[in-house]
Design a protein around this ligand. Structure first.
Ligand SMILES: [Zn+2]
Length: 192
């Protein structure tokens, strides 16, 4: 039997850091870099690929997270059609995990974008379409029902330190006032 070295320091609870394949970490870090340099379409393509890979493995929550990021990146590239496609798919998957509210920040971003473009008609019809999708699934009438949003008391890092996926205060699960669970890799991320 091998002996372990004697620990001098007391064990303290450390944030859980699941092992993320390096190739995925690199892809997410690259997407982060592309967004920062204004290459939104290229970043969207990475998020798209990661969402497909996650869905293919039946991992709805990470896939949804990547769909939302792809939609947001397309919106930043002013490609509303692609952003809407991602939002529609995200609604279906968010309903499957009973978290329709997760899609609303993207839906609201798209409607604001259409209104700012001077197309309130398109904004209204998109909003109605999403509401209809939610109604079909017997989400309570009134449409935009989500999980209660907690106002974060502390500042979340913009990206998960373990996997580099973007973190957004209103799209993550707050485990406590100072920590969230990364929707992509499941790491516990501490806010300060
Ligand atoms: Zn992560």
């Amino acid at each position: 039997m091998r002996r372990r070295p004697f620990r001098l320091r007391p064990l303290r609870p450390r944030p859980v850091r699941p092992r993320i394949p390096p190739v995925v970490q690199r892809a997410l870090a690259e997407a982060q870099r592309l967004i920062a340099s204004g290459k939104f379409r290229e970043a969207a393509a990475i998020y798209d690929r990661l969402s497909q890979e996650a869905y293919a493995r039946g991992r709805l929550r990470p896939g949804l997270h990547m769909d939302l990021e792809a939609g947001r990146a397309y919106l930043q590239a002013a490609d509303v059609d692609q952003a809407q496609k991602r939002a529609r798919r995200a609604v279906q998957n968010a309903l499957q995990i009973a978290r329709p509210g997760l899609v609303m920040p993207l839906v609201e971003g798209i409607t604001r974008h259409l209104e700012a473009q001077g197309d309130p008609e398109a904004a209204r019809s998109f909003r109605e379409e999403i509401e209809a999708l939610l109604q079909e699934q017997r989400v309570a009438p009134g449409g935009f029902i989500g999980e209660p949003r907690r106002a974060p008391r502390k500042t979340l890092p913009g990206h998960c330190p373990a996997c580099h996926a973007p973190l957004r205060p209103d799209e993550v699960e707050w485990l406590a006032d100072d920590r969230v669970s990364c929707p992509f890799c499941g790491s516990v991320v501490v806010a300060d």
